[in-house]
Design a protein around this ligand. Structure first.
Ligand SMILES: Cc1ncc(COP(=O)(O)O)c(C=O)c1O
Length: 396
């Protein structure tokens, strides 16, 4: 018998991965995958960028690069963040293999078995898996439409031992779809002033806003607060360029970042240089802004179609978030209703989504589910939501 490590015992099967397998059966309408739409990738721009590279740069792209990242990309990401008001000169930055790796590295350098992490319910499954793999104990705080419920946040910090890490996704949350209100962000900033905790702000969707009011709300806590340089911040190229690039970044205090860099050396030595070269050119050739302006209205239209169909087809007693950006709508069923039953019925009739339990760090609550409007073909949104609504009605 294979004697696995204790840490593997605490790993949960990823329902998303399992679902992705079933979601690939032909004909199924899938709202499961939290990824961009294939037809929207900036393929022509990347073709043009690659053709324009010198032989020397192409060769560099095929080579290893320093562990913290391809130096020109570190500079261009810093410039991108500097323009947004981030404290790049008092922090350090590394390029990571997706922002999931940034979360993983931070967990690796901070957490001993049994250490406490405070995170939202619901939370991003990848982060839950990372914290689980270091055998952390997770305390969850509920989200309402404005952000985390402050009383729960305060209560989590009154418990002992004190939490080591606070993980939040304030902008177009995965899976909840919400963005923190100005007032709630202020309350979080106020609260953090008195806490001795590492706060990780995770922001892969902030650029995908659909309205001017939402844009106002996307200014990160790390930009606004007077304690900005103490905060760890991770961003990603996955939703604004392509997840296949596997590129993210971590901006953090030098002391923390030095440890993450050491940890990264033994994880993958460096992130793919090839895609770092392309991402760097994408930024310095000013292609990002034009690309974002192109995709925002398309995702906004998809969301509108999803919200409209939900309104038309869901029975009363079911509610859902009305996001102003990002990729997701979070649907809440009455407390007694089990989303897994609805999912099974729905899959039999041709539509798939991700059940709420997947996003519960405590793997308990299951009367919610996530609908991603980003990846599904646009003309399938209406028929797909109607299938799901019929499945919901069957159990109401
Ligand atoms: C909230 C959140 N954080 C981080 C990630 C990780 O993205 P990546 O590793 O592709 O950069 C995702 C991906 O879905 C996410 O939704």
């Amino acid at each position: 018998m294979v004697r696995f490590a204790n840490s593997v015992e605490s790993m949960r099967r990823s329902e998303i991965r399992d679902l992705m397998k079933s979601a690939s059966s032909p004909g199924l309408i899938t709202f499961a995958g939290g990824m961009p739409n294939n037809d929207l990738f900036p393929i022509a721009e990347i073709d043009e960028i690659y053709r324009g590279l010198s032989l020397k740069t192409k060769q560099e792209g095929f080579q290893y690069c320093p562990t913290p990242g391809y130096p020109p990309l570190i500079q261009s990401v810093k410039q991108y963040l500097r323009e947004k008001g981030f404290p790049v000169d008092t922090n350090e930055l590394i390029i990571t293999t997706g922002s999931l790796q940034a979360i993983y590295l931070l967990a690796k350098v901070l957490l001993n078995p049994g250490d406490r992490v405070v995170c939202e319910y619901p939370s991003f499954i990848g982060a839950i898996a990372a914290f689980n793999s270091f055998q952390a104990r997770m305390d969850t705080i509920s989200l309402d439409d404005d952000g985390p419920v402050m009383e729960e946040l305060e209560a989590a910090f009154r418990r002992t031992p004190a939490p080591k890490l606070l993980y939040l996704t304030p902008y177009f949350h995965n899976p909840a779809g919400i963005i923190y209100s100005q007032a709630r962000k202020k309350a979080v900033i106020e609260f953090l002033k008195d806490q001795d905790v590492v706060y990780l702000e995770d922001n892969p969707y902030g650029e995908i806003y659909f309205t001017e009011q939402a844009l106002e709300l996307t200014r990160p806590i790390k930009v606004i607060t007077a304690d900005a340089e103490k905060i760890c911040y991770t961003g990603s190229f996955s939703k604004i360029l392509g997840p296949g690039m596997r590129l993210g970044y971590l901006l953090a205090p030098p002391e923390i970042l030095a440890k993450c860099e050491l940890a990264k050396q033994s994880v993958d030595a460096c992130s793919a240089t090839f895609t770092q070269v392309l991402a760097h050119e994408f930024l310095v050739q000013n292609k990002l802004q034009a690309y974002l302006e192109f995709i925002r209205p398309i995702y906004a239209r998809r969301l509108k179609s999803m919200l409209h169909t939900l309104e038309q087809s869901m029975p009363s007693g079911v509610s859902w978030t009305k996001p102003a950006g990002g990729f997701y709508v979070w649907v809440k069923l009455p407390e007694h209703l089990d989303a897994t039953k609805v999912l099974k019925e729905s899959v039999q009739n041709g539509a798939v989504f991700v059940i709420g339990q997947t996003f519960d760090p405590e793997a308990r609550r299951n009367n919610c589910f996530r609908l991603a409007f980003s990846h599904v073909p646009e003309d399938k949104i209406e028929p797909g939501i109607e299938i799901i609504a019929r499945a919901v009605k069957k159990f109401m």
